[in-house]
Design a protein around this ligand. Structure first.
Ligand code: ADP
Ligand code: MG
Length: 352
């Protein structure tokens, strides 16, 4: 290429995360018969045997983007790196079985620090019944990146895809929304106060639920165990990593349906409500766009509602309707609004 020849430079922000993935993978087809589902769901689905399919999912945590070492204990980080991955296996109505863990570390991290990270990984492997079976270790110029791949199994015919929601299905959630987002806001604010005045001790005592939600989330194992025990297959399912609104858009788009959500039925913990108000943030915004909740959003055929009603944690938040009705929110005040998707915008963060 000539020295003065201009090369194209398209900013990745013009496509957004999902647009970029679509763009990069546009030339790839599934050519092996064992590849049942490739890109586009919480995990890939591969043919294993007559009874079962194999599930595979990868997620990466990058220092400065997904975690801030200033307030993220490494043990929690290790734990979370496993949780966010097994969550994607549960989101397919599967059971996680193995993980691989790859780390890129700068010389800022000592053996003792990495022991802490792996103590958290061990704790999560025990809690979620998965075996650590491999990975990779390498160095990097700064910070740390953790990439985990989770493998799992599901029964043939019992996989819940994002694309299976049907008109008339009921939309459900396995737990509260918005807490992790507020936990992050609290930690960010405390960090700023500390940077301005290191003498001031962080005031985190009254916010343990919110802070734990961001630093040490749990995956919805109990809910999926319940599905298996009672022979329930959600017609569609996704985990809430980017915020409820964004996940609802995925379900609606891939299932080719519309939906509406009842604001009064959204599960928002009282502590989330109170802290949101004290921060001057609408609790609804936290629930809709906060993200990192790792609850499961799923749809259920009305015939299964009797069984689902008795799940330990379940909230029925709306209904699936025809595609031409769009995505709507029935507000507590009796208004009808169009849903908008925001989600996390890591690319924007990276540039600032
Ligand atoms: P989730 O939020 O459930 O982890 P993502 O939004 O990260 O899912 O990814 C959406 C889909 O795109 C998944 O099927 C994922 O495997 C796929 N994907 C993401 N990044 C890439 C990439 N760089 N190359 C190929 N596939 C990708
Ligand atoms: Mg997911």
């Amino acid at each position: 290429m000539g020295k003065n020849q201009k090369t194209n430079h398209t900013d990745v922000n013009t496509l957004g995360e999902f647009g970029l993935i679509e763009h990069l993978t546009r030339n790839f087809a599934l050519n092996n018969v064992s590849s049942i589902k490739g890109i586009g769901d919480d995990a890939a689905v591969l043919n294993a045997n007559d009874e079962e399919v194999l599930l595979v999912s990868t997620d990466m945590l990058v220092e400065g983007i997904h975690f801030d070492p200033a307030y993220t204990p490494l043990k929690h980080l290790g734990y979370k790196s496993i949780v966010v991955n097994v969550s994607d296996i549960y989101a397919m109505n599967g059971t996680p079985t193995q993980v691989t863990v790859s780390i890129a570390i700068s010389n800022r991290y000592s053996v003792e620090a990495l022991d802490e990270l792996y103590a958290g990984i061990l704790l999560a492997c025990e809690k979620y019944d998965v075996d650590l079976v491999g990975g990779d270790t390498t160095s990097c110029p700064k910070g740390m990146t953790i990439s985990v791949t989770a493998l799992g199994r599901a029964k043939q015919g019992q996989v819940s895809y994002r694309s299976g929601a049907q008109v008339g299905d009921v939309i459900c959630l396995t737990g509260y929304l918005g807490a992790a987002y507020l936990g992050l806001q609290i930690l960010e604010r405390e960090k700023q106060i500390y940077l301005e005045n290191p003498q001031i001790q962080p005031d985190l005592d009254n916010a343990s639920y919110l802070i734990e939600s961001i630093l040490k989330p749990e995956a919805a194992k109990d809910s999926v165990d319940y599905f298996h025990k009672h022979g329930i297959t959600p017609t569609s399912m996704i985990d809430v990593s980017d915020g409820l609104a964004s996940e609802l858009f995925h379900i609606a788009k891939q299932s080719n349906v519309g939906l509406y959500i009842e604001e009064v039925n959204l599960p928002i913990h009282q502590e989330t409500q109170l802290k949101a108000i004290s921060f001057n943030i609408d609790p609804l915004t936290c629930a809709m766009h906060g993200g990192e909740d790792y609850e499961l959003l799923f749809t259920i055929n009305p015939k299964d509602l009797e069984k689902v009603k008795y799940m330990p944690d379940v909230y029925m938040i709306g209904d699936i309707v025809e595609a031409d009705q769009g995505l709507k929110l029935h507000t507590s005040g009796g208004n009808i609004k169009n849903l908008v998707a925001q989600g996390w915008q890591h690319f924007r963060d990276e540039k600032s």
